[in-house]
Design a protein around this ligand. Sequence first.
Ligand code: BGC
Length: 755
Amino acid sequence: MKKTLLYVGMLCGLAACTNRPSQEAEMDKFVSRLINQMTLEEKIGQLNLPTVGFDVTGPRMSEAVEQKIKDGLVGGVFNTYTPDAVRKLQEMAVTQTRLHIPLLMGYDVIHGHRTIYPIPLGLAATWDTALIRRIAVAVADEASADGLHWTFSPMVDIARDPRWGRVSEGAGEDPYVGAEIAKAMVRGYEQGDLRKQNTLLSCIKHFALYGAAEAGRDYNTTDMSRLRMYNEYLPPYKAAVEAGASSVMTSFNEIDGVPATGNRWLLTDLLRRQWGFDGLVVTDYTAIAEMENHGVGNKAQVTELAINAGVDMDMVSEYFIDELPALVKAGRVKEAVIDAACRRILEAKYKLGLFDDPYRGVSKERAAAQIMNAEKLALSKEAAVKSIVLLKNDRHTLPLDASKKIAFIGPLVKDQRNLIGNWSAAGDWRQAVSLWSALENKFAGHTFLYAKGCNLIDDAALRDKLNPHGGEIVPDSRSPQQLLAEAVQTARRADVVVAVLGEPFGMSGEAASRTNLDLPATQQALLKALKETGKPVALVLMNGRPLTLQWEHDHLDAILETWYAGTRAGDAITDVLFGDANPSGKITMTYPLNVGQIPIYYNHKHTGRPFNDKEKYTSKYLDAGNEPLYPFGHGLSYTQFTYSAVQLSDTTLTAGGHITASVTLTNSGSRAGEEVVQLYICDRVGSITRPVKELKGFQKVALQPGESRQVDFALTPDLLKFYNADLQWTTEPGDFWVFIGGSSVTANKAVVLLQ
Ligand code: BGC
């Protein structure tokens, strides 16, 4: 072992040079020499990414996988972590294989590794890209200390359909917000230098358009015009590539009739040629094998499709190791294509410094110092506070006055299981702070009233679907009627009721599409009974997607969206409920009135027959309005913010120039607070139709009561560019409206002429 590591290390040690071109030349030399020594089978082995489970005893794998690792038929594994488990696997690779090539250790570290932060849709609601970047840095620190090299994050799929459960994993519906967050995450994970041991290789997923699955049904077909793709869906992927993401994951859906995993236009023409991506492309879980179900070929044919389309690494299918040797021998796949794929994987390992130190500085001591340390737990709480969105607040129902009698009612008041949400990686829900324990902690000696009120769900069939996947949903021994009666009695004794309700975490995330976005029926019945007591009711929601909340909005006094807020959820919610923190989150997905309005998003096009309630033949519904319940960008505060009219430094913008659009923002209420100031444009006339509004900038501004601040946005012709019918990225002269306000419905605007 020593000898080879020394040999590999000597080659790699040369890479410690300071300038990048020579570093790249060294990497090239190193990888070329290695590839020259590899057999075809060994090269193909590098393209194989099986999953290897993990439990307290260490890595859990079949003998077959263990043998494959030893035979050099595995390039990386995922789903295993901890210093011991990783060391065991890595030792196998570097001591027992012919060429001693280290493994790449991947994992779905989506919104935290052990310390869990709010779900990505909640993080997006912070509109705080500096915070999101700090979180990505902290996540990489923790996960790398636990032996990981590679996270399958960020998910940057634009999603306009809340029926799709995976909206919880992304940043919502807007390409601009999506792109800003994608960049922040990639930069945070990779820090521009993967040789730093506290970084992770990021992975942009799911390439591409996965969020546009028809009818919001997971894994379903997508079909869209190139114009919509380029202008509305691709920007976050492209921004993440430009920010230096080192890997890309293909998506499960088809594009133009060809599954993404076998789509050469997507993976080679667009990603590599047009965007210049030179990192590694991995498939999604068994996506190569699934192409057989898509109906585009048999095992050998789909394998050929994938590798020739531009896939480098096969996640779980093992079609590459099964089929590629024969395909190369038959001349269906060029060995140069295998070499190129293998090179990209070896380069990723090289950039991570794995040839120098396959263990990448992992030790139990480092893990103990980094995992869930005080700094990370504090960051988790900060993020949770900032992700919370006050959707409604009548008559100052919130913040609560602790001197009043407050009843906390609902199955999520004392719950821990759901707080860390789905895709919470190695997070342990037992370490999550429930709302009730946070209350006890903050108000020691104080008595709050409590009743469970109902089960999370009473639908046994749904429970049977959720529980095998960690649901832990156990019906209460009391009947629903008893639970309800107790809740009503408790509410009657209180001055104000806080109902803590939502979706069990398994109702959102992967393979968790819904056709009905109401709160579960049993929870609705509870809310109605609470309302009938005549007491003010504040609803605290925990959920992973926009829900349909029309009844709740019409009848309840306050609604606080808290997502699944992570390890410190209870502490954060308590601070917001009692006014120690002022909510500042704003939603990045539209909340529809009902599922019939879906897909609904703020940056839609004009129609030729705009909404007019008095005219029959206009674009509308007979049974509901066109407007959503809560628009994109909406979120209230305990204070009020007032905006001046938009001021422009000039009304004409010329090529190469810029002008400034400003507002004066005033905190006209009585509490300190933060406001997300949003800049939108509307291109009045175009060679193709243009959206009614497009977000082009945002700033989060903190103001003391009575304080005013001028908020400036630079407008440049670049900001007004779009892809025209020939897919050229261009500006067109003419009038633009420039809006600045507190949500996407702002009418605060000025006109700019682009010359
Ligand atoms: C998901 C990916 C994930 C992968 C590996 C797939 O089912 O679509 O997002 O990264 O599994 O766990």
